[in-house]
Write a protein that binds this ligand. Structure first.
Ligand SMILES: Cc1cc2nc3c(=O)[nH]c(=O)nc-3n(C[C@H](O)[C@H](O)[C@H](O)COP(=O)(O)OP(=O)(O)OC[C@H]3O[C@@H](n4cnc5c(N)ncnc54)[C@H](O)[C@@H]3O)c2cc1C
Length: 464
């Protein structure tokens, strides 16, 4: 290992490799505070060439590596495992180019999402990927996880917001797929192999992002509703009446909203006690358009009895305060630690039956289990938290196994947007067929025959 480390240090520019006590906890601790032993080395390449040289050495020596962005991932994928070297993209964080006419931006993979959003805004444009972790998450991490977030209902997931990618594969080869246009039917769409691959097929170094026109105005409202059927009706009414201006539709069950009030700093926009709450955001290209439109749509929904009550944010501060209720999910669920957080997709017409089943099956394992639900409902994405008493060390595994089995039984996806990583790989078969798994493994072997890039994430090559 020592010889390899010297070679690696020579491959990167000064400050490009950390070892020993220079490796801070952030390279081996995740967003939940889970910590693993420090890696032998952290590589911090400053350019694609440096990364390419370093990976050639790792490949020749059979050294496993794991790429890291902002470490906000929720499935333990970026935590180094025994013997793995960390590759952090933190020194490759520049915004390289903005083309206002074409509405594109070229960034290095370590660029922080919020910096990208702010730069787009300064250019009169918008990068519409938005997550609660925007202040730390990186574009490389967003690409590797195909991140979703708050505005997927209008702008799609990361997969649809990336026009081109540069990545370095396991053997150090640089794959240049940095196209700047949407249409390109010249064979396989190479960038898509890397998007959502959780660092297993290559390390993304650069991306060409698709920007959007910046809305001139936004309107945010909070509603309470009596039934799930009403939530679905409201979604469809708003889709129709706002004509493409609906950008977020976030549902919160009373099981979440009711406990959110206990988190310091949260101000509930409507009183607790109703079965459902929905945060709605609409945006438009012209001033003075979307507020009256949303007001009128909610007025109609109130008159028809679809919603029980509604409040429209009168200022940016009020809008942020409403979003804070939704975006504090991890903190709210953590109020009664320990908890398990799940991220699933389902057909809308299966959700009620599914959640009743989850509740029933969780109670069979643990009478005190408390199931709390919220989610990007417009995308069919639920975030489910299960809080449980911490006395039984086997409880998390039992709850997880049951939860994912029930999700599979209801035809759901066990990961809507967070990925599989290490945490969910034992349950991947509930959402993917044998033939799909075989194909995924063949792709992995074609890109990385020595299995040195993020080994064991998504699946283990040895498993059936
Ligand atoms: C408060 C909070 C809210 C969140 N909300 C959402 C949400 O709404 N939607 C959503 O989708 N996610 C959400 N997340 C999860 C997380 O923020 C995303 O998965 C994010 O895309 C991870 O980016 P990162 O830079 O932190 O990646 P990391 O956590 O560092 O890494 C994540 C994965 O990407 C790989 N990776 C990182 N950089 C690269 C690279 N350059 N090349 C190849 N692989 C790489 C890692 O190896 C790992 O597999 C949330 C997390 C938190 C803490």
């Amino acid at each position: 290992m020592r010889n390899h480390l010297s070679a690696l240090e020579a491959a990167v520019s000064p400050g490009g490799m950390l070892t020993g006590s220079d490796i801070g906890p952030r390279y081996h601790t995740d967003t939940f505070g889970r910590s693993v032993p420090a890696p032998e080395a952290v590589l911090r390449p400053a350019s694609t060439d440096e990364l390419s040289r370093a990976l050639k050495i790792c490949h020749a020596c059979g050294l496993a590596v794991v790429p890291q962005g902002g470490m906000t991932g929720l499935v333990s994928a970026a935590l180094p495992r025994s013997g793995e070297i960390v590759v952090s993209l933190e020194r490759m964080n520049r915004i390289l180019e903005v083309d206002r006419a074409a509405a594109t931006m070229v960034v290095e993979a370590g660029a922080i999402l919020q910096n990208v959003q702010e730069r787009a805004d300064a250019e009169g444009l918008m990068f519409p990927l938005d997550l609660g972790s925007r202040g730390s998450a990186t574009i490389g991490g967003n690409i590797a996880t195909n991140a979703g977030g708050n505005m997927v209902i209008r702008y799609g997931m990361t997969r649809g917001l990336v026009l081109g990618i540069e990545a370095v594969t396991a053997n150090g080869d640089v794959v240049d797929s940095t196209f700047h246009y949407v249409k390109n039917n010249t064979g396989y769409d190479v960038k898509q192999f890397f998007i959502g691959s959780e660092g297993t097929l290559g390390i993304v170094t650069r991306a060409v992002l698709q920007l959007w026109p910046r809305p001139a105005e936004r309107a945010v409202a909070f509603c309470s509703l009596a039934s799930f059927a009403d939530v679905v009706s409201l979604l469809n009414q708003l889709r129709t009446s706002l004509e493409g201006r609906l950008v977020a539709f976030e549902a919160m069950w009373e099981s979440y909203y009711g406990i959110a009030a206990a988190l310091p700093g949260i101000r509930l926009p409507l009183s607790a006690g109703k079965p459902f709450y929905v945060l709605v955001e609409a945006a438009s290209a012209s001033q003075g358009e979307v507020v009256p439109l949303l007001e009128s749509a909610l007025g109609n929904a109130l008159a028809e009895g679809t919603i029980d009550d509604a409040v429209l944010a009168k200022s940016e501060t009020e809008a942020r305060s409403m979003w804070h209720v939704r975006e504090s999910a991890l903190e709210v669920l953590g109020l009664k630690r320990p908890f398990l957080a799940f991220d699933v997709s389902l057909r809308l017409d299966r959700m009620e039956g599914y959640l009743a089943d989850v509740q029933r099956q969780a109670a069979l394992i643990c009478a005190d289990a408390f199931v709390s639900t919220l989610g990007h409902l417009g995308d069919g994405n639920l975030h489910v938290g299960i809080q449980y008493p911490g006395s039984d060390p086997h409880m998390p595994d039992r709850l997880k196994a049951t939860f994912y089995r029930v999700t599979g039984d209801h035809g759901g996806s066990i990961s809507a947007e967070h990925g599989i990583g290490i945490d969910k790989r034992a349950y991947l078969h509930y959402s993917r067929s044998k033939s799909e798994l075989a194909l995924m493994k063949a792709v992995k072997l074609a890109f990385d025959p020595k299995n040195i890039l993020s080994p064991g994430r998504i699946f283990d090559l040895g498993e059936n």
